[in-house]
Design a binder for this molecule. Structure first.
Ligand SMILES: [Zn+2]
Ligand SMILES: [Zn+2]
Ligand SMILES: [Zn+2]
Length: 331
């Protein structure tokens, strides 16, 4: 089981797993995270090993018996779907059960595939799976927030996969963004993301690429080297309202971006998150503007960030965008 605990000063929620608490020896010796998975063991995400995963929730078929994308519950979820919130005080602290859903999207039957190597059609199937799973989970009124997250390479298994998490609280990062969006809206009666898209289109220097529906750019105050945001050009608070045509367009943008990363930084490790408005009438924010954030896990100075709350970025976004624009020419 797991609990959500709230740190009372910053009001940040933390997932605390209480089932099998890890002792100091569980963390030793330190290893690079991407070597944890033993390649000699059968991969539960590979075709033929479907029985090794919990029961399939969704799949896009391929051929007569195969699948192109498969969605299964996470065997080791941060959030569990059964039970009550049991929100209660513990002295001055708030605590509640970590009710939610945690699903794994297996992005390809091919164990060695990646976003840089996939064709846009396959990326489109992954995006469609996110949308369909959110539409289904959204019927459960306990869930307030959906997050799609991906780490490359995967930490426990390098088979290409992403996480879809449904949460009963709004995570701090989204909460902060909503605060900023609402503050701007109250002052200017406009969406800050829509204004940002206009500003970037006129400045041009931080744009990596532009498609019919999306702008891919390095944000003005990038926290990480080569940080990239993918933002729909038309205002929309909710990722799950994306239509087929937009999915096709976004798939192309994603593939193009990751091919550029691959060429420029020799297949770098990265994390990717979809930020979308909370759901349910009480928490939904029509003023919010959904988007994707991408950060490379390179050149990290986490100690400093942890200690001060300041991020240090040694690559200005204008430089990052220029490198990413130009890498396509120099093949
Ligand atoms: Zn595999
Ligand atoms: Zn907007
Ligand atoms: Zn965001």
């Amino acid at each position: 089981m797991a609990e959500l605990r709230r740190e009372p000063i910053t009001r940040m929620w933390v997932v605390v797993t209480t089932d099998h608490p890890k002792s100091p020896s569980d963390y030793l010796p330190f290893k690079p995270p991407y070597k944890v998975f033993d390649a000699k063991e059968p991969c539960p995400f590979c075709p033929g090993n479907e029985a090794m995963t919990p029961k399939e929730l969704y799949a896009i078929p391929k051929g007569k018996e195969g699948w192109a994308v498969r969605v299964v519950p996470n065997k080791f979820p941060f959030f569990h779907i059964e039970g009550d919130f049991d929100r209660r005080p513990e002295g001055m602290y708030d605590v509640m059960e970590a009710i939610g859903a945690h699903e794994i999207i297996i992005e390809s039957p091919d164990h060695h595939q990646s976003l840089a190597g996939m064709d846009p059609d396959q990326i489109g199937k992954i995006l469609l799976s996110y949308r369909e799973r959110i539409l289904d989970l959204k019927k459960d009124l306990r869930f307030m927030q959906f997050l799609v997250l991906k780490n490359y390479p995967g930490i426990f298994n390098q088979h290409p996969h992403s996480h879809l998490v449904a949460m009963p609280v709004i995570p701090r990062r989204i909460d902060e963004e909503i605060w900023g969006v609402m503050d701007y809206y109250q002052r200017k009666e406009r969406c800050i993301f829509c204004d940002m898209v206009k500003q970037e289109l006129s400045d041009k220097k931080r744009i990596v690429l532009e498609t019919i529906h999306f702008l891919v750019f390095s944000p003005f105050a990038s926290r990480y080297p080569f940080e990239i945001w993918i933002v729909p050009k038309l205002h929309s608070p909710d990722f799950y309202l994306i239509n087929e045509e937009e999915i096709g367009d976004l798939s192309f943008a994603i593939q193009s971006l990751f091919v550029r990363f691959y060429k420029l930084l020799s297949n770098p490790p990265y994390s990717l998150a979809f930020h979308t408005s909370p759901v349910q009438a009480r928490f939904h924010r029509p003023e919010y503007h959904w988007h994707i954030e991408v950060r490379l896990r390179i050149g990290l100075r986490e100690g400093f960030e942890w200690g001060t709350g300041f991020f240090v970025n040694p690559t200005p976004p204008e430089e990052a965008a220029r490198y990413l624009r130009e890498v396509e020419k120099g093949e």
